[in-house]
Design a protein around this ligand. Structure first.
Ligand code: CO8
Length: 260
């Protein structure tokens, strides 16, 4: 995979995507969004990839939002298409069927915070700052930030962040449930890769179904989500990994999952 604005590395079952525009704090322009779309699709269809870490280049920015140079000149119809395109890329991340860990190494603002929220889990460096400052530009989030933020931290906290545009430090983001863990900056990538490797060692079909059950199930009425969960439970019961996992427990050994 050759990209101009992304670095993609592999370490066993873990892929690391680094948004690589450090001069603009990894702001997302159209080309970068499109490269992310292509990278995610390729990793989604690569069975040897079981977990992904997403981060930003440099020690200052995760992603400081959509590229404001492009926003400044967009038209109404262009703005709508831009928002839909961004939403599509973030939806691909959320529905990749594999865990994606955002390693938030610095500013995660606007589209950057939205990108982190589309990931499965978020680990932030102590020095990171998160927020939805669109209001300060006279706009609103366009990559589904109004929707994901309210679902992750609740309506009241989401409205406060969206309406004030405040940047909050990593510890505060942790307190309100916006990030899962906060770690020293120097340990961020090793912690994110360690967590990704742990998730990569789990039974992939079960991981996929847990992601589907939670993400798709949360958008369904509860009784239908229960039936959806039961159906996935039935399906996962047909896997070799289910036999291996239960047998390994009974034989008091570590399971060796194959993804079948
Ligand atoms: N877009 C373009 N360039 C950026 C961006 C950005 N989002 N953020 C930073 N940069 C550039 C700066 O212009 C600067 O460039 P230069 O060196 O050429 O002057 C460079 O990165 C370094 O930034 P600063 O000098 O500003 O660094 P500071 O440490 O002083 O400040 C901040 C860091 C606080 C992160 C500051 O750069 C900032 O406020 N950035 C903008 C943050 C922001 O408002 N993000 C939200 C953008 S809107 C958005 O994301 C909407 C998403 C949905 C769109 C839907 C489609 C329609």
């Amino acid at each position: 995979m050759a990209f101009e604005n992304l670095l993609v590395e592999r370490d066993g079952g873990v892929a690391v995507i680094t948004v690589n525009r450090p001069k603009v704090l990894n702001a997302l322009n159209t080309q970068t969004l499109d490269e992310l779309r292509r990278a995610i699709l390729e990793l989604k269809h690569d069975d040897s990839v079981r977990a992904v870490v997403l981060t930003g280049a440099g020690d200052k920015g995760f992603i400081a939002g959509a590229d404001i140079n492009e926003l400044a000149v967009q038209t109404p119809t262009g703005g709508r298409e831009h928002a839909l395109r961004g939403q599509h890329v973030l939806d691909l991340i959320e529905h990749m069927g594999k865990p994606v860990i955002a390693a938030i190494n610095g500013y995660a603002l606007g589209g950057g915070c939205e990108m982190a929220m589309a990931c499965t889990l978020r680990i932030a460096a102590e020095t990171a700052k998160l927020g939805q400052p669109e209001i300060n530009l006279g706009i609103i989030p366009g990559y589904a930030g109004t929707q994901r933020l309210a679902r992750i931290v609740g309506k009241g906290r989401a409205l406060e962040l969206l309406l004030t545009g405040d940047q909050i430090p990593a510890q505060e983001a942790h307190r309100i449930g916006l990030v899962n863990r906060v770690v020293p900056a120097a340990a961020l990538m090793s912690e994110a890769k360690k967590l990704a490797a742990t998730l990569a060692s789990k039974a992939p079909v079960a991981v996929h179904y847990i992601l589907d059950a939670v993400q798709k199930g949360m958008e369904m009425p509860f009784p239908e989500a229960e039936v959806f969960e039961a159906t996935l439970f039935g399906l996962v019961s047909s896997t070799e990994d289910m036999r291996e996992g239960t047998k390994a427990f009974l034989e008091k050994r570590k399971a060796d999952f194959k993804g079948r």
